[in-house]
Design a protein around this ligand. Structure first.
Ligand code: ADP
Ligand code: MG
Length: 743
C-alpha cells in the first residue's frame, strides 16, 4: 500500500472497523451464504453484516454447568445437552381399541451416557431431530421399564445434523451456547447464525470506538470490540452482562444524541416570542388568575409556574414536559401557561387527545378564567373578558365560522380542541403558547405543524411555546428516552387533604357484593358513585348496548332504589352533557359509564369507583379512573371487579391495591409491559433499542443523556465526532438525519 494522502473528510475518523462499513456489506460476503441462506436471514430482518452482528442472542446455554445423563435422577426436571444417536417411530400397536397416539422415540447421548426421549403426537420431531443433531432437552425425568427417559421435553436445536462441529463447539467442550432468535420459516439454527457471526467478527477485526477511552473508563464500559465478542461468544457467563451494557449504552447514546440534536436544531432556527411574565404593578393576568383561585397553589404547582415563566420570558421557544400524577392539578398550570401568552396580546391553544376530553377541558378552562379581562380599546370599559372557544369535529358550521373569524382577528384568546386544530384551516392572529394534553401521541410532524401555525400563512409569525402534559406519569428515565427533546417539570405533590383511595380487588360474585353495599351506604350518606362498564370488543355500539344493559340490571337488582344514570360514547352530546350535569348536581346517585369518563370529570361528592372487568384495563387507565374519586377530601373506595387469574392481570390489579402513587405504578407498568409500548408511536425511525432496558438500565440512560448533552454542547453539529454522526445516520431515517445534521 502506498502512503496516500488521507481521504478528505475521513481524516479524523478513528482507526478500526466502522459500523457503517458493515452496513454496506450484504450477508452474502460471508462464506457459504448463497441466495437460499440470504433469504433465510432476510426472514429474520438480516440483510447486512451490521444486521447480523446486531442480531443478539436471546439467551445462553451454559454448557459448562450442564448435568450429564449419568447424573440424572428420576423425578427431577433436567436440562440435557446431547446429540441424537438414533431416531425411531415404532409402529403403534394395533388392536388396542382407540387409535394409539403417534410416538417418536430418540436415543440421545452425551459424555455421561445414553437416554431415551419420547414424543407423543409430535410426529414432526423425527424431521426436526435427525441423527447427529445437537440439541438441548428440557423436561421431567421419568423411568420406563427401569430405564430413565424424558417424555415430551422442550427442545432447543443448537446444531443441525448436517452442520459440522467446529473446534470449540462440541457438547463436551464446556462452552457457552448463544441461542439466537429464529423464525419458524427460516431453516436456520442458532449454531449456524453463531458461526456466521463469528466469521463476521473475525473478519471485522478491531472496531473503531465512538466513545473515548477515558469516557469508557469513567462509565465502566467495555470497548466495542470486546463487547461484540462478549455478547456473541462469551467464554464465561460473566462476560455477557458487561458486553450487553456497553452495546446498550451505544443504543441509548444514539437515541439521546438524536433527541439532543433535535432540540439544538429547533433552537437554532427558532423565532420565539419573549412573553410578558411580570409587570411593574404586579398585576399580570397570571397573578390575577392565581390570586382568584379558591385555593393556594401547591408548592409543586408554584415551582411549575416559575419554570414556565422562566421559559416564556426567554426568546427561545419553550419545549417543556409537565409530568404529574392524576389529580395533581396540571390544568391550573396549563391555564397559567396560556395566560402568560395572552398577557402580551397572543393566543393560547389547548389540545386534547379526544373530543370528549376537549369538551371537558373547554368547560373547565372557561370556569377557571371567569372574571379575567384583557385590554380592548374598542370597548367602553377599555377591556373585555378573556374569551375561550371550543373547536372539534362536532362544532357546527356557523359556530365554526365564528370561531375561525375570532381566531384570525385575535378576539378569541384561548382555543381548546383536538389535534384537528393543527390540520384544520385554523388561522391564528398570533399563536403564543400551545399546551398539549397528550397520551404519548404527539409526534415530530405535529410539532412542525404547530410551528407552521405560529409562523402563519405568510411565514412571518413566531414560533409558539409548547407545553406537553402527560395524563399519567411515566417513569423518569423512560421520559428521558421518550421525551428527551423536552425540558421536564415534575409536579410531585398532591393538593392537601387528598385521601388515598382504598382499593380492593374483588374476585368472586360474593366478594363483589361488598362493592354494591359500599355504593348503597355511600349514596345513603349523600355521596355518589361511578360504575365503569367493561370494554367490549366490537363496535362502540355494542359497548353502548352493554353499558345500557348493565345500568338497567344494576337499577333492578344490586342498586335498586338508587337513581342510576348512563353515559356512553354513542349518546348525543346534549344527552351526555345532561347526564353529567345530573350527576354533578346530585340528581343522579350512580353514573354507569363506559370509559368516556376516564379523564377530567370532577365531581367532589363521588366517593366510590367500581370498575367491572378490571383486568381489561391497563394500569395507567385504572389509575386514571380511580383518580376520579377521593377529590373531596373524604374517604373514598375503588373496587376492581375481575375473576381473571392470568399472571399479568394479577400483577396489575395487585399493584393497584398496593399503591396509589402514579409514579410507582408507572414503574410497575413499565416492568410489566416492557419498553415497546412506552416508546410506541413517538419514537420515529428504526427502533434501535435491542438491548437497552429502560427499567434496569436507568443508570445507562442517565449516563447516555449526560454524555449526549456534553457532546452536543461542545460540538453542536458533531463535526469533531464524525464517527458518532455517521452511526447516528445509520440508525435514524433519512428525514430525521437531514433535520439533525442540516447546517
Ligand atoms: P390533573 O393533574 O389530573 O389534570 P386537575 O388539574 O384536574 O388534575 O386537578 C384536580 C383537582 O384538584 C381539580 O378539582 C382542581 O380544581 C383541584 N386543584 C388543583 N390545584 C389545587 C390546589 N392547589 N389546591 C386544591 N385543589 C386543587
Ligand atoms: Mg387533567
Amino acid at each position: 500500500m502506498t502512503t496516500a494522502a488521507p481521504t478528505p473528510g475521513t481524516a479524523d475518523l478513528p482507526p478500526g472497523r466502522r459500523l457503517g462499513q458493515l452496513a454496506d456489506l450484504p450477508v452474502t460476503v460471508l462464506r457459504g451464504v448463497g441466495s437460499a441462506a440470504a433469504a433465510d436471514l432476510a426472514e429474520l430482518g438480516i440483510t447486512s453484516v451490521l444486521d447480523l452482528v446486531t442480531h443478539y442472542p436471546r439467551r445462553y446455554i451454559d454448557g459448562t454447568r450442564m448435568v450429564t445423563i449419568d447424573k440424572l435422577a428420576e423425578g427431577e426436571k433436567a436440562t440435557v445437552l446431547a446429540t441424537v444417536r438414533r431416531v425411531g417411530a415404532p409402529p403403534s400397536r394395533p388392536g388396542r381399541g382407540r387409535r394409539a397416539p403417534s410416538r417418536v422415540q430418540l436415543d440421545i447421548v452425551d459424555d455421561g451416557g445414553r437416554m431415551r426421549v419420547v414424543f407423543f403426537n409430535q410426529a414432526w420431531r423425527s424431521r426436526q431431530l435427525p441423527t447427529g443433531t445437537l440439541a438441548l432437552f428440557f423436561g421431567p425425568v421419568t423411568s420406563f421399564r427401569g430405564d430413565l427417559q424424558m417424555a415430551n421435553p422442550t427442545v432447543e436445536v443448537l446444531r443441525g445434523a448436517d452442520e459440522s462441529a467446529t473446534a470449540d463447539d462440541g457438547p463436551s467442550g464446556g462452552r457457552i451456547y448463544p441461542v439466537y432468535p429464529l423464525t419458524e420459516k427460516a431453516s436456520l439454527t442458532s449454531a449456524r447464525i453463531g458461526r456466521l457471526v463469528h466469521e463476521a467478527l473475525d473478519r471485522a477485526g478491531v472496531f473503531a470506538d465512538p466513545v473515548d477511552g477515558d469516557v469508557r473508563d469513567r462509565l465502566g464500559l467495555l470497548d466495542r470490540t470486546a463487547a461484540f465478542a462478549g455478547i456473541h461468544r462469551p467464554r464465561a457467563m460473566g462476560e455477557v452482562e458487561p458486553a450487553r451494557r456497553r452495546l446498550a449504552f451505544d443504543e441509548l447514546l444514539r437515541l439521546q444524541l438524536a433527541l439532543v440534536l433535535r432540540r439544538q436544531r429547533l433552537h437554532e432556527d427558532a423565532r420565539g416570542i419573549i412573553h410578558v411574565t411580570s409587570r411593574p404593578d404586579g398585576r399580570t393576568l397570571v397573578e390575577q388568575f392565581i390570586g382568584g383561585l379558591p385555593f393556594p397553589l401547591t408548592g409543586a404547582q408554584a415551582r411549575a409556574v416559575a419554570d414556565l415563566a422562566g421559559d416564556l420570558g426567554d426568546p427561545l421557544p419553550m419545549h417543556r414536559l409537565l409530568q404529574g400524577d392524576v389529580g395533581s392539578g396540571k390544568t391550573v398550570v396549563a391555564v397559567a401557561a396560556m395566560l402568560f401568552g395572552v398577557e402580551g396580546g397572543h393566543q393560547g391553544a389547548l389540545m386534547a387527545p379526544t373530543e370528549v376530553l376537549a369538551e371537558q377541558h373547554a368547560a373547565e378552562v372557561r370556569r377557571l378564567v371567569e372574571g379575567l379581562s384583557v385590554p380592548d380599546p374598542g370597548t367602553l370599559a377599555g377591556e373585555r373578558p378573556v374569551r375561550v372557544a371550543l373547536l372539534t369535529s362536532r362544532t357546527g358550521a356557523a359556530e365554526r365560522a365564528t370561531v375561525h373569524e375570532g381566531l384570525a382577528a385575535g378576539t378569541v384568546d384561548l382555543l381548546v380542541g383536538t389535534h384537528a386544530l393543527l390540520t384544520d384551516k385554523v388561522v391564528f392572529a398570533s399563536l403564543g403558547v400551545v399546551v398539549i394534553d397528550e397520551q404519548h401521541r404527539f409526534g415530530v410532524e405535529q410539532r412542525a405543524a404547530l410551528r407552521d401555525k405560529g409562523r402563519g400563512e405568510d411565514g412571518r409569525g413566531s414560533d409558539p411555546d409548547l407545553l406537553v402534559m402527560t395524563a399519567t406519569p411515566i417513569p423518569r428515565t423512560a421520559a428521558m428516552v421518550v421525551f428527551g427533546d423536552l425540558d421536564m417539570t415534575v409536579i410531585d405533590e398532591l393538593p392537601p387533604g387528598r385521601q388515598p383511595v382504598a382499593t380492593d380487588w374483588l374476585r368472586t360474585p360474593l366478594e363483589t357484593e361488598e362493592a354494591w353495599s359500599r355504593v348503597r351506604e355511600q349514596v345513603a350518606s349523600g355521596h355518589r358513585a361511578f360504575v365503569v362498564c367493561p370494554l367490549v370488543e366490537g363496535s362502540d355500539r355494542v359497548e353502548a348496548a352493554s353499558a345500557t344493559a348493565e345500568a338497567e340490571r344494576l337499577a333492578a337488582h344490586e342498586l335498586t332504589g338508587l337513581r342510576v344514570g348512563l353515559l356512553h360514547g354513542q349518546m348525543k352530546p346534549a344527552d351526555k352533557e345532561q347526564a353529567m350535569e345530573a350527576f354533578r348536581s346530585g340528581d343522579l346517585d350512580v353514573l354507569v359509564a363506559t370509559t368516556v369518563i376516564e379523564v377530567g370529570v370532577d365531581v367532589p361528592e363521588s366517593s366510590v369507583m367500581v370498575i367491572e372487568d378490571a383486568d381489561r384495563f391497563g394500569i395507567a387507565q385504572l389509575h386514571q379512573l380511580r383518580g376520579r374519586v377521593g377529590r373531596g377530601g373524604e374517604p373514598a373506595w375503588c373496587f376492581l371487579l375481575s375473576e381473571s387469574d392470568s399472571p399479568e392481570a394479577t400483577a396489575r390489579l395487585e399493584a393497584m391495591e398496593r399503591s396509589t402513587d402514579g409514579f410507582v405504578l408507572a414503574d410497575v407498568d413499565l416492568g410489566l409491559r416492557g419498553e415497546g409500548t412506552i416508546l410506541g408511536a413517538r419514537q420515529k425511525g428504526r427502533s434501535d433499542l435491542k438491548l437497552a432496558r429502560l427499567l434496569s438500565d436507568r443508570d445507562l440512560v442517565v449516563d447516555a443523556r449526560a454524555l449526549a448533552v456534553d457532546l452536543v454542547g461542545a460540538d453542536p453539529h458533531l463535526d469533531e465526532h464524525r464517527l458518532l454522526a455517521q452511526e447516528l445516520r445509520l440508525f435514524v431515517d433519512d428525514d430525521e438525519a437531514e433535520f439533525l445534521f442540516k447546517s
